[in-house]
Structure formats: C-alpha cells, structure tokens
Design a protein around this ligand. Structure first.
Ligand SMILES: Nc1ncnc2c1ncn2[C@@H]1O[C@H](COP(=O)(O)OP(=O)(O)O)[C@@H](O)[C@H]1O
Ligand SMILES: [Mg+2]
Length: 270
C-alpha cells in the first residue's frame, strides 16, 4: 500500500501540490483525474522520487521512503512512465533502454516480462534502433515497457494514451491487465476517462494542487449519479458522454439526456 501523509512540493514559482493525504491499495488500478495544472504529473514525480517532497511522508508497504531510501530507490518502488517519453531516453538502442534498470541495479533481467512486453507492443523489429527513430506510438509504448520491467510493486503511468492512436489504445488496456496479473498496483493519470474508468478499481481527483476525492470506483459512480460532486469535478466524467449522446440524439431534452447518462454510467457498476 502507498500511504502519503501531508505531502507537499512546490516549484520555485510557488506552484505545486499541497497537503496530499492519499492511500493506494496494493494491486489497485487507480485512475487519477483532474484539470490541466491540477498537479497530477507533479504528484507522480514526487511518488516516483524524481522530485523530493518539501514536507510530509510517503511509505510503501509500511516502509518510510524518505527516511530509509534514496531517491533512486524510490523509483524502484513506484516506477514512472512520464507524460513525455523522450525525457527518459538516453541510450543508443531500444534494447539498451529496456535493460538499463537491470544494468544499473545489477539485477537479473526479468526475461519473461521483457519478452512478453516486446511481443505485446511488437517492438522486435526496433530493438537495435535508436529510441528517437521510433514512430511516436512505439516511443510511448517503449516508455510504458521500460517502467514495467522495473521490479516495483507499483507503476505510475502519466497519460499512457497520449499520442496513441485509436487502433493502438486496446494495447494499452491489455498492458494494464498484464501489469495487474503481475501483481502490480497501477496509477493512471489520464484525461481518457472512457478508456480507463471501466477498468479502474479506484478514482482520485485533484484540484488546485490537492486531492479532493479518493474512493473506490463504485462509490465514485454512485456519488456522481446522485449529483454529489461540484460541477467541475463531475464535468469531465459526464461531458464526453453528453457530447456523444447529443450527437446521436440531437432532439433530446435535458431530462432525457440526464437519464441516458445515468443509464450509461450504471453499466460500469456491474
Ligand atoms: N517545472 C515546473 N516549474 C514550475 N511550475 C510548474 C512546473 N511543472 C508544473 N508546474 C506548475 O505546477 C502546477 C501543477 O502542474 P502539473 O503537475 O504539470 O499538473 P497536471 O499534470 O495536472 O496538468 C501547475 O500550476 C503548473 O503550471
Ligand atoms: Mg500532467
């Protein structure tokens, strides 16, 4: 379990995240949503050790990471696939990138994991290529694979479908199920709610640098249907569907529309 208590981080300009209290269960699939600039990427970087919290504590499976581990080790506890994959590439070939963590930590390569990911993402023809020469979709998939081969109990994916076309999106979902079967907890930051909400076990919402909701998906949907969230929290979860219903059903009244949305959302509760 990840436990954040009163975690804050501020950039020199004063922006950042504040007073984060958050629990993420082992093997959960945690969808973290929120508007642009609400602090999602910053929180993931702090969790993965790329940024060091100014205050508060983070523990994973009972181990206090700030006290007992270096920043580097934090990365091996919560591996991160960043929003921009290019920021993590530094080696000559795709295979080097995949194996870097094993080299760096003098650990044996998780060969089955590596082989399965190369197969799933069809990376074989590219193994000797430079990561920068990959088509953009493959670059993002490689970034997901690099984080996945790290033998960490948690993996954080920042916008895993950014730059992924419709044809390849099912692969990302397959990847998340793959991680789940390998007993990893998965934290997904995404605007792509339609893709991830049906698989998420938990939902978190960030607003103005803090967590304003964190609960299991069923409770979240119940509260959404009961209209218990402020409009700015509910909107991203409802508007994409509303737009779709309006397109297919331009004459609907508002009440009809609300009914359709509730019906649509209730499907996810099963
Ligand atoms: N490197 C940075 N330097 C200064 N401010 C930043 C930096 N990165 C992000 N911010 C600011 O911190 C806040 C949170 O950003 P971010 O974590 O990227 O949000 P999100 O991922 O939810 O869009 C925003 O106000 C953003 O402008
Ligand atoms: Mg972001």
């Amino acid at each position: 379990m990840i436990n954040c208590s009163n975690v804050s981080f501020h950039y020199p300009n004063g922006q950042g995240i504040h007073n984060i209290d958050l629990t993420i269960e082992i093997r959960s699939i945690y969808l973290l949503a929120g508007m642009n600039g609400s602090g999602k990427s910053t929180l993931l970087k702090v969790l993965a050790g790329g940024l060091t919290a100014d205050t508060g504590s983070i523990s994973v499976n009972g181990l206090d990471l700030k006290q007992s581990r270096s920043k580097k080790n934090l990365f091996f506890t919560i591996a991160l696939s960043p929003q921009q994959p290019e920021t993590q590439f530094s080696l000559p070939t795709v295979l080097d990138e995949l194996r870097f963590t094993a080299y760096a930590t003098k650990q044996p390569i998780a060969a089955d994991m590596e082989a399965e990911l190369i197969h799933l993402f069809q990376l074989k023809p590219y193994l000797d290529a430079s990561p920068f020469d990959l088509p953009p979709v493959k670059r993002k998939l490689l970034s997901l694979a690099i984080a996945a081969v790290i033998p960490s109990p948690f993996i954080a994916l920042d916008e895993p479908t950014a730059g992924i076309d419709r044809e390849h999106k099912p692969l990302v979902l397959q990847f998340i199920r793959f991680l789940h079967t390998h007993n990893k907890g998965v934290i997904i930051v995404s605007h792509d709610i339609d893709t991830f909400l049906p698989t998420a076990t938990h939902v978190g919402i960030m607003k103005n640098g803090t967590i304003v909701e964190s609960t299991d998906t069923n409770s979240f949907l119940q509260k959404l249907i009961q209209d218990r969230y402020d409009r700015d929290i509910a909107k991203p979860f409802v508007i994409p569907r509303m737009a779709r219903f309006l397109t297919s059903n331009p004459a609907s009244s508002v009440d009809e529309l609300a009914g359709l949305i509730k019906e649509h959302i209730s499907k996810y509760k099963k």
